[in-house]
Design a protein around this ligand. Structure first.
Ligand code: ZN
Length: 313
């Protein structure tokens, strides 16, 4: 039996997993992401944690296929990142540096959202499929496109950045990326709050959400929807139209077997999927109309599974 490591580098923790080559997760743990001093300790900390785990499990280098890692930035195939602000990194040759620290162990890098999509294809909501679109609704909107079992990373490592597809050219507010009217501005957790505040300010509909004032959240909107709140219904309808129609456009490009929706916002559950699916099916090209839209199922572990999968064929 051979083994590999799947790791997911985030701004506060690095999630790590030790897998068997048959895909079984043997152990998972976390270390702190030390971002101070331009994040110079991050890769050495990872290398040390990997070596410690190998010693603990009595594994030798020859038994390890390699290490896959998801990074919170666009990354090229050979592991170069240009500017990863939340890790403190500027230009960095991540693969080369980590391979050196691990005495030549094979390292495969990927963008974290893409890697999570691969994980969901392998062991999560997209299990059993090879052509998957995943969209992650969190503070922002990320995504990953898997075609024939492989991540579509693109020329700049920015493949699958579905959150910055323009869905509202008339929008005047500026997105984090500098453009206007991105999907992320409408369907992220913060985007839903924005839609909600706009709706409540421009309508008289009575709503339990009004009592929340500034503390309104995406979760509160979906909770109110489940209580039958009319304003929440209108807000979620707007969210569902943006996301459903955008997914229909992406489906025209990829023709996926399944569309997976993950991230914190997706904890709203099936009621979210049902709303999005309605607008998706209205807008989708005939061949893709029946494509299932499902919830992600691996939660925070999607990244380590996907990172391991990059090494296991
Ligand atoms: Zn944007």
């Amino acid at each position: 039996m051979k083994y590999c490591f799947g790791i997911d580098i985030g701004g506060t923790t690095v999630k790590m997993g030790l897998f068997q080559e048959d895909g079984e997760l043997l152990d998972k743990w976390e270390i702190k992401t030390r971002t101070e001093n331009q994040g110079e300790a991050i890769l050495p900390d990872i290398a040390q944690a990997v070596k410690a785990k190998m010693a603990e499990k009595k594994l030798v280098k020859e038994q390890i296929i390699g290490l896959g890692m998801g990074l919170p930035a666009p990354v090229t195939e050979d592991g170069i990142v240009q500017n990863t602000a939340n890790l403190g990194w500027g230009y960095k040759e991540v693969t080369r540096e980590l391979e050196e620290l691990l005495d030549g162990m094979k390292v495969i890098p990927g963008n974290d959202a893409n890697v999570a999509a691969l994980g969901e294809m392998w062991k999560g909501g997209g299990k059993g499929h090879k052509n998957v679109i995943m969209v992650t609704l969190g503070t922002g909107v990320g995504g990953g496109i898997i075609v024939d079992g492989k991540i579509v990373a693109g020329a700049h490592g920015a493949g699958g950045e579905v959150g910055h597809a323009c869905v509202e050219p008339e929008e005047e507010a500026v997105c984090n990326c500098g453009n206007h009217g991105c999907l992320e501005q409408m369907t992220s957790a913060t985007g839903i709050v924005r839609l909600a505040k706009k709706y409540l300010a421009s309508h008289d509909t009575p709503s339990s959400l009004r009592e929340r004032g500034e503390s309104i959240s995406a979760k509160a909107v979906f909770d109110a929807l489940k209580e039958g709140d009319a304003a929440a219904e209108a807000i979620v309808q707007e969210f569902s139209e943006y996301l459903g129609r955008a997914l229909a456009v992406f489906a025209c490009v990829v023709d996926p077997e399944v569309i997976v929706v993950g991230g914190g916002v997706s904890k709203a559950g099936q009621i979210l999927i049902d709303g999005v699916a309605k607008y998706y099916r209205e807008a989708a090209f005939i061949a893709c109309k029946d494509t299932p839209i499902v919830l992600a199922s691996l939660g925070n572990d999607a990244g380590i599974y996907g990172a391991a999968k990059m090494l296991i064929d």
